[in-house]
Design a binder for this molecule. Sequence first.
Ligand SMILES: *[C@@H]1O[C@H](CO)[C@@H](O)[C@H](O)[C@H]1NC(C)=O
Ligand SMILES: *[C@@H]1O[C@H](CO)[C@@H](O)[C@H](O)[C@H]1NC(C)=O
Ligand SMILES: *[C@@H]1O[C@H](CO)[C@@H](O)[C@H](O)[C@H]1NC(C)=O
Ligand SMILES: *[C@@H]1O[C@H](CO)[C@@H](O)[C@H](O)[C@H]1NC(C)=O
Ligand SMILES: *[C@@H]1O[C@H](CO)[C@@H](O)[C@H](O)[C@H]1NC(C)=O
Ligand SMILES: *[C@@H]1O[C@H](CO)[C@@H](O)[C@H](O)[C@H]1NC(C)=O
Ligand SMILES: *[C@@H]1O[C@H](CO)[C@@H](O)[C@H](O)[C@H]1NC(C)=O
Length: 758
Amino acid sequence: MITRNAFMLLLFFTITLVHGATMDRKLYIVYMGEHSHPDSESVIKANHEMLTTVTGRHFDAAQEVVIHHYTKSFRGFSAMLTQAQAQQLAESHSVVSVFESRMNKLHTTHSWDFLGVNSLYQSHQPSMVSPEANVIVGVIDTGVWPESKSFNDEGLGPLPTKFKGSCVHGQNFTLANCNRKLIGARFYFKGIEAENGPLEEAGRTFFRSARDSDGHGTHTASTIAGSVVANVSLHGMARGTARGGAPNARLAIYKACWFSLCSDADVLSAMDDAIHDGVDVISLSLGPSPPQPIYFENAISVGAFHAFRKGVLVSCSTGNSFFPGTAGNVAPWILTVAASSIDREFNSNIYLGNSKILKGLSLNTLKMDGLHGLIVGRNAAASGVPAQNASFCKKHTLDNTKINGKIVVCALEALFDDRIQKAMEVQQGGGVGMILIDPFARTMGFQFPIPSTVIGQEEARQLEAYMHTQKHPVARIVPTITSLHSKPAPKVAVFSSQGPNIITPDIIKPDITAPGLNILAAWSPVATDDFGRAVNYNIISGTSMSCPHVSAVAAILKSYYPSWSPSAIMSAIMTTATVMDNTQRWIGRDPNATQATPFDFGSGHINPIAALSPGLVYDFDSTDVIKFLCSAGASPAQLKNLTGQPTHCQKPHTHSYDFNYPSIGVSRMHGNVSVHRTVTYYGKGPATFVASVDYPAGVKVSVKPPTLKFNKTGEKTTFRVDFNPLKTSKRKFVFGALTWKNGLYKIRSPIALNVFSL
Ligand SMILES: *[C@@H]1O[C@H](CO)[C@@H](O)[C@H](O)[C@H]1NC(C)=O
Ligand SMILES: *[C@@H]1O[C@H](CO)[C@@H](O)[C@H](O)[C@H]1NC(C)=O
Ligand SMILES: *[C@@H]1O[C@H](CO)[C@@H](O)[C@H](O)[C@H]1NC(C)=O
Ligand SMILES: *[C@@H]1O[C@H](CO)[C@@H](O)[C@H](O)[C@H]1NC(C)=O
Ligand SMILES: *[C@@H]1O[C@H](CO)[C@@H](O)[C@H](O)[C@H]1NC(C)=O
Ligand SMILES: *[C@@H]1O[C@H](CO)[C@@H](O)[C@H](O)[C@H]1NC(C)=O
Ligand SMILES: *[C@@H]1O[C@H](CO)[C@@H](O)[C@H](O)[C@H]1NC(C)=O
C-alpha cells in the first residue's frame, strides 16, 4: 500500500512535469480505419505527410511528435498534439476519428482499494484432449515470467506456421526466454512515457522488456494456456494442480501495461501487431474507467473491430465497478466477461473464549498463538478521535495502549474502503489480529499483514453477543483451511461491473460470466505482495481473472472448429451458458444473493463442454456490424473509411435490435415490436427445434415459426419473435429468455426489454 501511494504521488509530479514541458500538447490517437497501402513503410510515409499538414513545418517536426504508427492491421498513429492540431486532423477526409489517448486500468481487484486484495486458478475445468496446439492466444497485459513452470513447453510440437510474430529482446529477456509455449513476446512503452514520463521515475522494479514485474500478466496468461503443474498453492492454500484452460495452446505476449496502467496508444499498437502476427484469440483483462467511451473513440473497441474483421476473437473483462451502467468493453464485436465465484472457500475461522466457532473468510496463513483479548475499534479511539472514526480503524484513529496485544474488531465505512489499510493500522498500534465486519466483500480472499479474517452480519451479531456477556472477551483467529464443494456456487462476484450497455443498450452486456473470485495462477516472483513476500503462484480476484477463462474456452472452440468466425464462437459460448447454480437454483449475485439478471452475467455461467456442441449458431459478420452501427446512429463521418472503403448506411436502417446477436435486447419499446434472428444448424442429420419462452413480466411473446426444421448441418433459417407489451415497465428492464430445444441441444438467449409505451 505504501509503495502504491508513493507511486501515485510520483505519477502526479511526473504528469505535471510533462505537461509543463510540452505545454498544451496531449497524446492523441488519429484513427483512419482499414488501409489499402501496400506496406507499413508507405503507411508511415503517408502518416508523416498528413502530420506535416498540421505541424506546419518539416518532416522532422512531424517525426518528433509521433509516438506510434499503426500500420499493419489498420491505419493510424498516435502523436503529441495540440487540441487545434487534433481538430484539424479530425476534419481530414481520410480520418475516421481523433481521440485523446486514455489510461486503461488492469481489471484485477489487486490494484483497487476495496480490493486491497490479492487474489488463482481452479482445477475444476474439464480435462479435454484437443488439437489446440495450433491455436495462438495473444495476451495484452503486464508481460510474463517466462521461467514459471506454467510455461514449460514439454510435449509441444513445432510452432504453427501461420505465426508471424517474434520474440523481442529486451531487459532480462532474450530469444531463449521464448519456447514452444511462449512463442512470441513484444512490449510497448512509448505511449505511457509520452504521458507520464520515463518509467524509471516510478521508482519501482520493472523490466524494459516483456518480462513481468507485476504478476498480473503471468497470472492471466497461465490461466489461459498454462501447462499442467502439479502440487502448487499459495502458502499451502488452494493446493492442487494448476493448468490453463487450454494447456496445449500457444501464447504470444504483448506487454502494454506498466504499474497497473496501460496507455490506449500502446494497447492499440499491441492489437495492431497481434492481429498481424496471426493470433486466433486476443485476451484483454483491462479497460478504461467508466463511463465506456463511444466505440470509435476507444482504442480497445477500434482494435477489436479490426480483429473481428480478420477472424480474431477478442475477449475482454467488463470491469470491477459494481454499479449499474458501469460495464466496460461493450462493443458487440467483443466478448464481454463478468466474474463469479467457484465452489471453494477460504475459511479463517474465529475460536471464541466460550469455545464457539465463528466462520470467517480470508487468505490467512499466519498462526496466532493462543487466545487474545478482543476490543472493538470504537472502544479504542485515540484521544480527540470520535468513536465512530475509530470504529472503522482508519489511519491514526486507534489508541495504541488500548489495542496492544489485542484483536481489534473493525467495521466498514464505505464499500471502497481500503481493507488492508485497516489491518496495517491495527498492526502499527501493536494489535495482533483484526476481525473485519464486511458483509459486502467478505468472499473476496483478502491477504492481510497480521492474522485477520472477515465476517458477515450474522457472525457479527454472535460476536457482539459474546463480547457483551464477558468482562474479558478473548478469541483466536486460525489460519485458512481451503474448503471445496461449497454451495451455492457460482455466484456473481460483488465487484463485477453491471449493465446495461450505455453505448448501444439494445446489446445486452456483459455477455457471459466465468470464475474470477480467488483464482490461483502463476505469478511473477519479483512482484512481492503488499508484505514483501515473493510467490510463484498467487490468488487474486477480478474480471481480469474471469476473462482469461473465457479466452481459453474460445481457444478450445477455435481448435475444434478452425473455420468458425468470432461471432460463431461467441454464440456457442453464450447460448450454452447455464443460469443455475450447484443447488439447482437461479444463480445469485453477491453480497445479498439477489437473483442475477442478464445485466450481471449476460447469458449466464460459461459451460465449456456444452459450448463444443451448440446445435444452433447466431452468426454475424462485419457487414452486419456496419448495418448495426448505422442503426445505432453512427454518422457518415464516423463510418467513412472504417473498412478501407468509404462506408455508407443503407436507407432505411435496419433496427439495431435486429442485429443477429445471440441475446435479445430492446431498450426502447413503444408498442409491439418484432425481432428477427437467423440461426445456422450445426449437427448430424435432420433435426427439429421447438421454441420455449420464459416470459418477461408484462409482455406477451410469440415465436414464428415455433419450430425450426433442418435437413443437414450448415443450413440457415430465419425466425421472428413478436413482443406484445401489456404494460409499461416503468423505465426498468424486464427479463426473460428464448430457448430452442430438441433432445440433444438447448440454445438459450436471454431477453431484456424496456417497455416505454404500449
Ligand atoms: C477515405 O475515404 C475517402 C473518400 O471518402 C478517400 O478519398 C480516402 O482516400 C480514404 N482514405 C483511406 C485512408 O482509405
Ligand atoms: C537481470 O539481469 C541482470 C544483469 O544481467 C542480473 O544481474 C539480474 O539478476 C537479472 N534479474 C532477474 C530478475 O533475472
Ligand atoms: C507438495 O508440496 C509440498 C511442499 O510444497 C510437499 O510437502 C508435499 O509433499 C508435496 N506433495 C506431493 C503430493 O508431491
Ligand atoms: C472523523 O471522520 C470524519 C468523517 O470522515 C472526518 O471529517 C473527521 O475529520 C474525522 N475526525 C478525526 C479526528 O479523525
Ligand atoms: C444487502 O442487504 C443489507 C441488509 O439487508 C442491506 O443493508 C444492503 O444495502 C444490501 N446490499 C445491496 C448491495 O443490496
Ligand atoms: C428439407 O427436406 C425437405 C424434404 O426433402 C424439403 O421439403 C425441405 O425444403 C428441406 N428443408 C430445407 C431447409 O432445405
Ligand atoms: C400487437 O400484437 C397483438 C398480438 O400479438 C395484436 O393483437 C395487436 O393488434 C397488436 N397491436 C398493434 C397496435 O399492432
